[in-house]
Design a protein around this ligand. Structure first.
Ligand code: XIL
Length: 340
């Protein structure tokens, strides 16, 4: 994938689990990260709870190790993530909840976090996910789209503009991205349309305020139970963002399936359609990206079913990745190869 992608100037990426990368009993994982991908993202190691588990004490080790690995293998690094409502350290959320951290202090803590982290990795990060998942979904309350979560609640939506400005000041060369899910498509009949439009309006307004945002990342966590995405609608979403002069990227692609009893019992009549639908969705996103020169990279959120967040997060779902748990390439891998 790596070499085929580069023929189109497209960087093919994966999220990397440092535990898996360092597992001596599982050398295949490390080999495939190196051979198949030209960009890597830390699955968890650059999140706030990992970097600063105790206030003021930074744990750079695992993230630095990934950066060294990437350098060795001539790969670019996506930085993930500076501002998000999940995987925050306990000292921060507790402090805010018990009032020992005031709003003013919280803003200062965020500024300090962004500055410290971006400076630490300065010159080594290609794209930073500066703000992640700031926008609600139609199923949230209220259902009208709004800025959701810890940061909007405590600092108001202006934290987004601040975050981009602080990140730019700390590393002027890194590309600064807004990253979210359910913004993969745009066009009639897609319930996620409104969110794509909302993020578009947000980006447009940030640009109008001269906020340094360079790109929009579409996560791409899809599921076969939701049907197939449409290439034209995915292309339309990318084109909207590109129309603002922004880069785009797919940042966390996986296409999960429900693991019914029949699937678990190995019933090929249930397994095959899932493999096909998963492959088709990977291919739709990849083709849209390939067709748009503003789409810089296509990153999968893990490449093997052996190491996937899906079963842990969604319960009875899985089969989301392009290799199976024995590192056999699946139909999705082969279809993507064909697209490239
Ligand atoms: C996930 C990781 O894959 C898991 O290991 C972790 O337990 C939870 O977070 N959107 C994101 C990613 O932006 O950071 C999330 O990663 C998946 C959803």
């Amino acid at each position: 994938l790596r070499n085929l992608g580069l023929r189109h100037d497209l960087y093919m990426g994966t999220a990397v689990s440092m535990a898996a990368l360092n597992d001596a009993a599982d050398p295949r994982y490390r080999e495939l990260v190196a051979s198949e991908f030209s960009t890597v993202t830390a699955e968890n190691e650059m999140k706030w709870e990992s970097l600063e588990p105790t206030r003021g004490t930074y744990n750079w080790g695992p993230a630095d190790e990934l950066i060294a690995f990437a350098k060795q293998n001539n790969q670019r690094v996506r930085g993930h993530v500076l501002v998000w409502h999940n995987q925050l350290p306990g000292w921060l959320t507790t402090g805010v909840n018990d009032g020992s951290i005031t709003t003013e202090q919280l803003r200062e803590i965020l500024r300090n976090h962004i500055t410290t982290v971006v400076k630490h990795f300065k010159g080594k990060i290609w794209q930073w996910d500066v703000v992640n998942e700031a926008v609600s979904d139609p199923w949230d309350t209220p259902s009208t789209l709004h800025y959701k979560g810890f940061w909007a609640q405590h600092l108001g939506p202006d934290y987004i503009a601040d975050a981009f400005r602080w990140a730019r000041a700390a590393d002027p060369k890194a590309l600064l991205f807004y990253n979210d899910y359910n913004i993969e498509a745009f066009g009639s009949g897609d319930p996620a349309n409104d969110k794509t439009q909302f993020v578009y309006d947000m980006a447009k307004s940030l640009l109008a305020q001269r906020v340094p945002i360079d790109g929009v990342g579409s996560q791409g966590h899809l599921g076969t139970q939701y049907g197939n995405y449409d290439t034209l609608q995915v292309a339309a979403a990318l084109k909207k963002f590109a129309g603002l002069g922004l880069a785009t990227a797919f940042t966390e692609v996986d296409v999960r399936s429900q693991l019914t009893e029949a699937v678990q019992n190995g019933d090929s009549n249930e397994i095959n359609p899932r493999l096909q639908a998963s492959a088709a969705n990977y291919s739709v996103l990849l083709q849209a990206c390939l067709a748009d020169r503003h789409c810089l990279s296509f990153t999968v959120w893990g490449f093997t079913d052996k190491h996937s967040w899906v079963p842990n997060w969604f319960g009875n779902e899985g089969m989301a990745n392009i290799y199976d748990e024995n590192y056999q390439p699946k139909r999705a891998y082969n279809l993507m190869k064909g697209d490239l």
